[in-house]
Design a protein around this ligand. Structure first.
Ligand code: GCB
Length: 594
């Protein structure tokens, strides 16, 4: 799943802008032919969530239609044309000129449909996209789970099994793109280090032809080239870069890789890629980048901003990366779903280490085999699509297969009450996902974020880094920081004793209302957030098994309405939703930029 590219052999046409838009709560659109055009539409911006663009659509979770026209440029004649949707949340169906072109299930990951035979030339084309964002128990992530739902307990509205707002819409650009008949279909790059040399292994898939190719790597140390001979549509090359300049947070150096398919001296297709030469591993208690220990500092984040909702917001990506640098963070997790490809490219450029998470948040194992299997099928699809999309980003160091799966019954898992036996269904479920991801990508680390179980869980020893979430001092022992930290220490020592793996505390935080102060510190005040975070940082500094700290959250973010989310916000951000620092941001900066 290559990112569409514009160069001398390929073209892209970004269909971002104003689209016609209409709600279809009765789901009559397909029967009434709305794919040919909308009667009395309103105007909506793409990319963006629909929820905050109008007053009456905030909680709308059903079917909508997006329609617009486009011309195919004359210069594209003879090329293969596809329509690519960066992210349609949740399910999408696409029509071109009234003819069904394809569909996709699952938000956050791109899909492309070849439409060469459906487009017309010399007059406008119509593209219609039906998007639907229902919250159902069999989706990943799930919603409307009834009594087993984590947030339904608090009467959260909309009834999602996670706290971030379930935005809907065309969240990332819709792009029309053209490639030559014989073209580079896929490229996979794996890097290794041998002494001072970088080894760049390139695997290329060609479609629509059988041309020879050439792969060129340019950067510090000069130009390295190798020929590509295809057999059965695929070819490999191994390039050695002497005295390689390695990619790392302090020096995120990117080499330029070009793959070209050639006919004599003519280049028929070319595709270029940024390549960071780096390795990632776990050694003992440490995460090791290029053979050197790296301590993860950073955050869990969200794609979230007023009005845009979850829509691609390029200035915000730039701003957030600048704030990450300012505060001394070297990493973040794409909680709780894959972020935009633009965000991943920015991380490559800025040297930010990414824990790349699938959309599997709020998984339950208590609602029967049929539902569990339905979710497993989607988790597998999401792992495949995520690895296919992000496999070449040097920034991506770890795959996160899920966030807080409820391995044990809810009460037992979260509060330590009742029977806490882990659900037997979770072991084969995650067993399959581990096998799948390790087969697709043996080069990166893998984790499951904070499985909610008490006591030892056998299959968890498959993770490379134990990522734990702790709200001791907030949801537990709130307001009693001293006791909370004592408790936390013995709790973490216990986890380390059980698994013997490096531990990263990948969520810890306290809701904080910007501008609220108290002395002595009390919950919700800026002082309390500072003391809480300082306590965790000090503890982590004493524990050599702790390999990283991700504060929850980088910024305040939109949630559903519930008793625990004042003003529809999770306020655990160290920045406000509009990116103003709270006192805690200065504390982290002081600690992390030293
Ligand atoms: C968690 C979840 C995260 C929530 C957070 C909270 O454990 O992983 O999605 O936002 O707690 O603030 O309650």
């Amino acid at each position: 799943m290559l990112y569409p590219q514009q160069n001398d052999t390929r073209n892209t046409l970004d269909l971002s802008g104003f689209w016609d838009f209409k709600l279809d709560p009765e789901e009559v659109g397909e029967g009434e032919g709305w794919h040919n055009g909308l009667d009395a539409p309103r105007t909506i911006a793409v990319p963006a969530s629909w929820n905050e663009q109008f007053q009456d659509t905030r909680d709308y979770m059903d079917v909508v239609w997006y329609v617009r026209e486009f011309y195919v440029p004359q210069g594209w004649a003879g090329q293969r044309i596809s329509l690519r949707v960066g992210s349609a949340n949740y399910a999408a169906k696409v029509w071109i000129n009234g003819e069904f072109a394809g569909e996709h299930y699952g938000g956050h990951l791109p899909f492309a449909l070849e439409v060469t035979d459906q487009v017309v030339w010399g007059r406008p084309n119509t593209v219609a996209i039906q998007v639907e964002n229902k919250l159902t128990p069999t989706r990943v992530p799930p919603g409307n789970m009834g009594k087993g739902g984590m947030f339904s307990m608090m009467g959260s509205h909309p009834d999602a099994n996670f706290d971030f707002f379930p935005y809907g819409g065309l969240h990332r650009p819709v792009v029309l793109y053209a490639v030559p008949q014989a073209h580079v279909e896929d490229v996979t790059v794996v890097t290794e280090i041998e002494g001072a040399n970088g080894i760049v292994k390139v695997h290329v898939v060609q479609a629509g032809g059988d041309l020879p190719g050439i792969v060129t790597l340019t950067g510090q140390g000069g130009v390295v080239q190798a020929g590509l001979t295809f057999s059965g549509g695929s070819a490999q090359a191994v390039l050695t870069v002497s005295d390689a300049r390695l990619w790392c947070p302090e020096d995120p150096y990117l080499y330029k890789l070009e793959v070209a398919l050639t006919l004599g001296t003519q280049v028929i297709d070319r595709y270029t890629l940024d390549v960071g030469i780096r390795t990632i591993a776990v050694q003992g208690n440490r995460v090791v980048l290029n053979g050197k220990p790296v301590f993860l500092t950073g955050f869990g984040k969200h794609e979230d901003f007023p009005v845009h909702g979850r829509g691609l917001n390029m200035p915000l990506i730039v701003k957030d990366n600048a704030l990450l640098k300012w505060i001394g963070a070297n990493s973040y997790r794409t909680s709780h779903y894959p972020y935009s490809e633009e965000a991943m490219r920015m991380a490559d450029r800025e040297g930010i280490l990414i824990v790349d998470e699938t959309p599997a948040v709020g998984l339950s194992f208590a609602d029967g085999e049929e539902n569990i299997q339905a979710r497993l099928a989607q988790c597998k699809q999401q792992v495949r699509e995520l690895v296919a999309r992000d496999k070449n980003h040097p920034s991506v160091i770890m795959w996160s297969l899920a966030n807080e799966p409820l391995l044990a019954p809810l009460g037992a898992a979260t509060m330590g009450t009742g029977r806490a036996e882990p659900s037997p269904a979770a072991a084969p479920f995650f067993g399959e996902l581990f096998d799948l991801v390790r087969g697709l990508d043996p080069t990166r680390l893998v984790t499951v974020e904070a499985p909610m179980a008490r006591g030892y869980v056998d299959w968890l020893s498959k993770v490379d880094v134990m990522c734990v979430h702790r709200y001791t001092g907030w949801y537990r022992l709130g307001g009693q920081l001293e006791r909370a930290l004592e408790h936390l220490e013995s709790d973490l020592d216990g986890v380390y004793e059980m698994y013997g793996k490096p531990i990263a505390i990948t969520e810890f935080g306290a809701d904080t209302i910007a501008g609220m102060h108290s002395d002595p510190a009390e919950m919700y005040s800026e002082e309390y957030q500072v003391e809480y975070l300082r306590g965790y940082l000090d503890l982590a500094a004493r524990k050599e098994y702790i390999a990283g700290l991700h504060v929850w959250n980088f910024a305040d973010f939109k949630t559903g309405q519930s008793l625990v989310r004042v003003g529809m916000l999770n306020r655990k951000g160290v920045f406000t939703r509009d990116r103003r620092p709270k006192m805690a941001a200065h504390l982290l900066r002081e600690r992390w930029t030293k």
